[in-house]
Design a protein around this ligand. Sequence first.
Ligand code: PEP
Length: 244
Amino acid sequence: MSGTFIAANWKMYKNRAEAEAFFRAWRLLPAPRGREIAFFPPFTLLGVVKELLPSGQALGGQNLHEAAEGAFTGEVSAPMLSDAGCSYVLVGHSERRHVFGESDNRVAKKFSASMNGGLRPVLCVGEKLDEREAGRTLEVVLGQLASALGLLPPAQGFDVAYEPVWAIGTGKVAKASDASEVHLAIIEWLKKRGAGKEARVLYGGSVKPDNAAELLAADGVQGVLVGGASLEPTSFHKIATAGM
Ligand code: PEP
């Protein structure tokens, strides 16, 4: 994969009319050249967004179950996401880990299930505030990476999002130099293991139009995963074209 990757995580926001309004406006804005754009809407909007996406822009799920099918009420599998037109899926987002209690082991199963099901996972990793303050950022982030990749031989065909938990939805953004340090450590870790040769390492956590250019210019930052600021077309477009 090549090109800076700009991803929109809509979380549990928007109904059909709101998604249609978003894309009416989004399609009038010039397509960001040389950047890969992907939308991660709620499951109920996958079909709607698939129909409205400009060509060349991608669709992803926000979560998946590790089984391909079964008696798992309320869950969705990799083959189902694929069938709905997704090429990506978020795995181990901090809200899944810390609100829904997903363990490293569960995240590892989902990570391999997504690749076995033909999707390209975006593996989310990140430290909590107390872990950063205790100087444990790299230990936590690289530990999450090792755990997710542990079930597989040197895995290929995925991306990584470094999202410090204390920066998600809080308005607190990592300094570009701090993000860089973690991104370069992730890149080095993957390189040493021969994994993720084409992986892009995205930054996520309160990315906004006014900080996107600096973050995207930071060493090792190969894209951004955007929550709140991706809900409004002009704001997401400013991020998607930042620094161009
Ligand atoms: C996210 O949902 O992954 C995220 C980074 O959210 P926000 O941009 O709102 O902090």
